[in-house]
Design a protein around this ligand. Structure first.
Ligand SMILES: O=c1[nH]c(=O)c2[nH]c(=O)[nH]c2[nH]1
Length: 286
């Protein structure tokens, strides 16, 4: 006999899009919004016997989970992903008594209006909204918002100097260098169970992060990360902590001297791997 110490099941990468259409006019005259997400729903609780005794009675099939995502996308009036995630999490917890915890993780891609056309959109595969909702029986709902995949670079006003010196250090001080990263940021939203302004909070936090990225001379990714997170905390009281990952995507100056050329900080070899891993959580207050 062995002990099953943890289990969860559900469906991942349920890709669903929804047209938000006012249905006041013929379709070609309506102004649409277009929301898209890849949804993962994971259920915990009540299914130990499925693993240990082959008893499937409490197993809500992962196919049923997938169907529910589409059905609730149709039934629910949502105009942001956090609201849809909250509806999904609450649904599974209230419908299935044996389920003790539901985690809904959504990766959303934003479709922006194209050339003012009411029903044509453009988007990018890179930046994605990331929303996680956790509904646990007897506890307040927790919702974290954020994004990943946002490429950022500064081509000056960035340096890295006076870092630790020992026998293994070969990197010279750089007074002027490229700083390039792919930003991931997430933040728990206070009072998530009741709010209806997730997109406004998102825009405020994202805007503060990006403004802080450009508004100073960076002496390291670490210092820039802290400044960005602090700006986000200062911008809204809807959040009390920000977790960020800012991998240092190195752009290494190429030695062109053997090719009889100077490289006055203009030509770089871009290396995706290895990347510097720089991650931190910054929390409000001292
Ligand atoms: O901003 C930086 N922080 C580091 O920790 C680091 N390490 C490194 O090699 N380059 C950089 N740049």
């Amino acid at each position: 006999m062995h002990t099953l110490t943890h289990s969860t099941h559900g469906k991942s990468r349920v890709r669903v899009s929804k047209i938000l259409r006012p249905r006041e006019k013929p379709a070609v005259e309506e102004t649409h919004r277009f929301l898209e997400a890849a949804v993962e729903v994971l259920l915990e609780g009540g299914t130990d016997a499925a693993y240990t005794d082959g008893d499937n009675a409490n197993v809500v099939a992962t196919d049923t989970v997938k169907n529910t995502v589409f059905a609730l996308a149709r039934d629910t009036d949502y105009d942001d992903l956090p609201t849809f995630g909250r509806v999904l999490a609450n649904h599974f917890l209230s419908r299935y008594e044996h389920v003790t915890k539901v985690t809904v993780a959504m990766e959303g891609h934003t479709w922006h209006r194209l050339l003012d056309c009411p029903h044509a959109f453009t988007g990018s595969d890179a930046e994605a909204r990331r929303v996680t909702v956790v509904a646990e029986r007897g506890q307040p709902l927790r919702l974290a918002d954020g994004f990943g995949g946002l490429m950022l670079a500064k081509t000056t006003a960035t340096s890295f100097e006076n870092f630790h010196r020992d026998a293994y250090r070969t990197l010279p001080d750089a007074a002027d260098r490229v700083l390039a990263t792919v930003l991931t940021a997430s933040w728990a939203v206070n009072g998530s169970a009741d709010r209806d302004d997730f997109d406004a909070v998102f825009a405020t936090v994202r805007g503060a992060l990006l403004t802080a990225f450009v508004d100073h001379h960076s002496v390291s990714v670490q210092a820039t990360l802290y400044r960005m997170a602090s700006a986000a905390l200062d911008a809204t009281d809807a959040i009390d902590a920000v977790t960020m990952s800012m991998p240092n995507k190195h752009h290494l100056p190429v030695d062109l001297s053997k090719l009889d050329r100077e490289n006055d900080n203009v030509v770089f070899q871009v290396t995706d791997e290895p990347a510097g891993a720089i991650q931190a959580t910054v929390t409000r207050g001292r």
